[in-house]
Design a protein around this ligand. Structure first.
Ligand code: ADP
Ligand code: MG
Length: 431
């Protein structure tokens, strides 16, 4: 379910929303759990910022309601209504009045409700005073979209269950463009360079080739994970993973046709959550379909790699995907574009420069068509780098791996000594 956003006023057009600023410390902003949040704004810009925050993928699980009227409206409202998990109030009141009004609000708050105040006075004493009185956080406005999300995330992130990992979704502009091949090769490259574990999830359930590419034929895999959300924990996940190399594990697709895979929109989410909570990097090989769960998985990923071939249908589809993702992910960078299979003999192609110009996005990598190299890898059950580590394609995969790895995160994970959770789990089982 998307966040239920209720407005007292009509949401503003996207271009009116305050420019999303990245956090100054470059910190990753984590998703927010399924909490209820109600905000009481004094100004339209703050209401607009909250609307933009509520529309962000990181808030898609939270229930957000935005009211106008500031602190006074909040106190009046909760005199008659139960309070949510979190109340955000914007207030321009001077220090003494603010403290008095917050006391009045506190008197009508249920136990367990947290309050975040966005004020106008930059004053350490006030900050400390409010903390003492139970206000969880005091921010001096104006605050940016990601700042709001980060503040809420900090209040509700449980250090034990905080997701460690990033998700990288691979999607193609058409079927057969090499999106899966790329995702497998990039997962391989990541597992070599990251120093932490990588899980590759093959979401092309009926036809996926990750098992073939890594020479694995496990009896269980991602389908069991999706079909048993109640049993899903680290131990169960660990049993479903097939190990390809020291740091690379695969959640293989069944690749059989004895059942169909018409999932609900959120069916994949628990699998991604548990994988993400346990490994630093989760690579999602998405099929070329457009279903509810596919769209949700794609729009919810930390990073996206869009692979295309230089032809007209890819151009149109890539444009549509980029437009959709720009709309759905207003506080995220655009997907990484990879132009693959360039220069198929005798094939008329759109020139790369023209393709790029028409799309308006610079490619992260342009990979030549190389039937011998890719064909050999596929037939041997290997990835390209294992066949020829010095090829242009292998260099491109390393480059893509670097781009999606968010290295500062990896360092953070290492510092916490959580680099190889899967290895630890395995150690426990054999011990
Ligand atoms: N640069 C390339 N040169 C030659 N063949 C390639 C290249 N990239 C991918 N292929 C081949 O293209 C085919 C389709 O790739 P696949 O990854 O299954 O596409 P998708 O997942 O986009 O449907 C595979 O046989 C793969 O080996
Ligand atoms: Mg594929």
């Amino acid at each position: 379910m998307m966040s239920s956003l209720a407005f007292d006023e009509v949401p503003p057009p996207a271009d009116k929303v305050a420019e999303p600023a990245p956090l100054p410390d470059g910190r990753e902003v984590r998703p927010i759990p399924r909490i209820s949040i109600q905000a009481f704004c004094e100004t339209q810009p703050f209401a607009d910022t909250l609307a933009a925050a509520a529309a962000d993928r990181r808030m898609s699980r939270a229930h957000v309601k935005v009211h106008m009227g500031g602190l006074a409206a909040a106190t009046e409202f909760y005199a008659a209504a139960p309070t949510p998990n979190l109340i955000l109030v914007e207030s321009s009141l001077p220090r003494e009045r603010l403290v008095v009004e917050l006391e009045r609000l506190a008197a009508v708050c249920d136990a367990g409700t947290k309050v975040v105040v966005v004020g106008v006075t930059n004053d350490v004493e006030l900050y400390r005073d409010l903390h003492r009185r139970g206000v969880s956080e005091y921010l001096v406005g104006p605050v940016g979209v990601l700042n709001i999300i980060a503040t809420v995330a900090d209040l509700y992130s449980n250090p034990k269950s905080e997701p460690l990992g990033r998700t990288v979704a691979f999607v193609g502009g058409k079927g057969g463009v090499g999106s899966s091949t790329l995702s497998h090769s990039v997962a391989f490259a990541l597992s070599k360079s990251l120093g932490g574990d990588v899980v590759l999830a093959d979401l092309d359930l009926a036809f996926g080739t990750a098992g073939l590419d890594f020479n694995q034929d496990p009896a269980q895999g991602i389908a069991e994970a999706i079909h048993s959300p109640d049993r899903l924990d680290e131990t169960f996940l660990d049993r479903l993973l097939s190990r390809c190399s020291e740091h690379l594990s695969l959640l293989a697709a069944p690749a059989t046709l004895d059942r169909t895979f018409d999932f609900g929109e959120a069916a994949i989410e628990p699998v991604i959550d548990i994988a993400q909570a346990n490994v630093p990097m989760v690579v999602l090989d998405l099929p070329h379909i457009w279903s509810g769960w596919m769209k949700r998985t794609l729009t919810g990923a930390d990073e996206i790699v869009l692979t295309v071939e230089p032809d007209l249908a890819n151009l149109r589809n890539a444009k549509n995907l980029l437009d959709l993702l720009k709309q759905a992910r207003q506080n995220d960078a655009a997907p990484h574009l990879v132009i693959n299979r360039v220069g198929v003999p005798k094939r008329p192609e759109i020139k790369v420069e023209e393709f790029v110009k028409a799309l308006g996005v610079e490619p992260l990598a342009v990979i030549p068509f190389d039937a011998a190299l890719f064909g050999t890898a596929a037939n041997n059950g290997q990835v390209v780098a294992e066949v020829d580590g010095k090829s242009a394609a292998a260099a491109a995969f390393d480059k893509i791996a670097r781009a999606v790895s968010g290295r500062s995160d990896v360092r953070r994970v290492r510092r916490q000594g959580l680099g190889s959770v899967l290895a630890r789990l395995r150690g426990r089982k054999t011990a």
